[in-house]
Design a protein around this ligand. Structure first.
Ligand code: PLP
Length: 419
């Protein structure tokens, strides 16, 4: 395999089809899908409502471009604008989360006339030149070159250093003081702060509720825009809230919101939401060949309807709550598990070696053993030491139990290998 191709597993896994929360490989083996194609299969695999919407639209017209209107594009834009919580909101569709963040950075820097941005340490925002340039962990970025001048802010992850054991209130106060101090020392304007409400690739780490509200009070004093990257945390994934930013709502909504992944249930839908005066900065850049393509918009509308009608956010809260409790009980007897954390159906299981140090090897072994047992999970984290669990939001209690048992078996094997 070429060095640049990052596939999970020593032996590549070829998937051929899926149904509900399960997928099958080319040899006919069935797996419980606890990663949902990196949080992208939001409702379920092969959901009839979405499949029907796609094939009906494909039979009418495949492509229009953003030069023309398409009724599903208008419907989805109106629904997302209303759901976003941003006043006077406008929506621009893209084909990925990367492109959505690129558009958000373009909007914020143009609106503010500055190329300085704040990003969080340990953050991930995509693969384009501007988004890798602001990524807060060099492991996920091939370059330190960037069209943007980036300053990195504390708060997305506590890490293992002196901030680790602070209470939520003290941690928040320390992060706000650090941000205030940094802004006091910075030349010129800062355009925006971009942040994931719960860090995704970073290992499903959530700051204390309210941290970004406290940040927003500081940002507002400087006229700095708040971009919330909801690519992983949107659509009820975190259980208690529809968007991750709503755990930080006290100082009001964000200025710009980006989304992608789950809304298309696997179709390429991303987008950016902003107030009209900010969105107007797009100008002629609002032409996109594939953004908002009719088939993907039809999928998005059907998928969103299913999500809301079946209260999958509530399901994420209930089933995610049970799963996290169950995993914590399993972890109590396994020293290899350092921490089980998360919100809703976004659960991180951080692993450590016998000396307590981060163990990427334990995480890789766990993935392999889980695959052998018939369970697909993800990994990530600052030190690549965290298992990421993010099944479709329709996960049943029985499936949560089945997955927990399979994972327990895999973790026991890891424990006996690494001691
Ligand atoms: N933002 C976040 C928080 C992500 O997790 C990702 C992808 O994992 C992206 C942006 C980039 O999205 P995409 O892979 O659709 O370009």
């Amino acid at each position: 395999m070429p060095d640049w191709l990052a596939l999970y597993y020593d032996e590549p896994l070829e998937l051929t089809h899926g149904e509900g929360r399960h997928v099958w490989d080319a040899e006919g083996r069935r797996y419980l899908d606890f990663f949902g194609g990196i949080l992208t299969t939001m409702t379920a695999h092969a959901l009839p409502e979405v499949t029907r919407a796609i094939s009906e639209q494909a039979g009418r017209i495949l492509h229009t471009s953003t030069l023309y209107l398409d009724r599903h594009m208008v419907e989805l834009a109106e629904r997302v604008a209303t759901l976003s919580g941003i006043p006077d909101a406008r929506v621009f569709f893209t084909t990925s989360g990367t492109e959505a963040n690129d558009a958000a950075l373009l909007l914020a820097t143009t609106h503010r006339g500055s190329n300085q941005v704040l990003a969080m340490r340990n953050s991930y925002h995509g693969r384009s030149f501007s988004s890798v340039g602001i990524t807060g962990n060099s492991a996920w970025s091939p370059t330190s070159l960037s069209p943007l001048q980036t300053l990195y802010v504390h708060g997305g992850v506590r890490g293992r250093g002196p901030w680790a054991d602070l209470s939520d209130a003290d941690f928040t106060a320390a992060c706000v003081a650090d941000l205030t101090d940094m802004l006091g020392q910075t030349h010129g304007n800062v355009a925006a702060l971009i942040a994931e409400p719960v860090q995704g690739v970073g290992g499903f780490t959530a700051p204390p509720d309210g941290l970004y509200a406290a940040f927003k009070e500081v940002l507002d004093r400087h006229g700095i825009l708040w971009i919330t990257d909801e690519v992983q945390t949107g659509w009820g994934r975190t259980g208690d809230h529809f968007w991750g930013w709503q755990a930080h709502a006290a100082a009001g909504p964000p200025d710009i919101l980006t989304f992608a992944k789950g809304i298309g249930n696997g179709m390429s839908v991303g987008g950016v939401v902003a107030r009209a005066e900010v969105m107007n900065c797009l100008g002629a850049n609002s032409i996109s060949t594939f953004g908002g393509s009719p088939v993907t918009m039809a999928a998005g509308c059907a998928n969103l309807s299913y999500l809301l009608e079946h209260d999958l956010q509530g399901n994420a809260r209930r089933v995610g709550g049970l799963l996290i409790q169950r995993l914590r009980a399993i972890a109590a007897g396994l020293p290899v598990v350092r921490e089980v954390r998360g919100r809703g159906l976004m659960i991180g299981v951080e692993l450590a070696g016998p000396d307590g140090a981060p163990s990427p090897r334990a995480a890789s072994l766990a993935l392999e053993h889980a695959r052998e047992a018939g369970l697909l999970i993800g990994k990530g984290g600052r030190e690549a030491d965290t298992l990421r669990i993010a099944p479709p939001l329709s996960l049943t209690v029985a499936e949560a139990e089945e997955g927990a048992e399979l994972l327990e078996g895999a973790l026991r094997r890891v424990q006996s290998t690494i001691g």
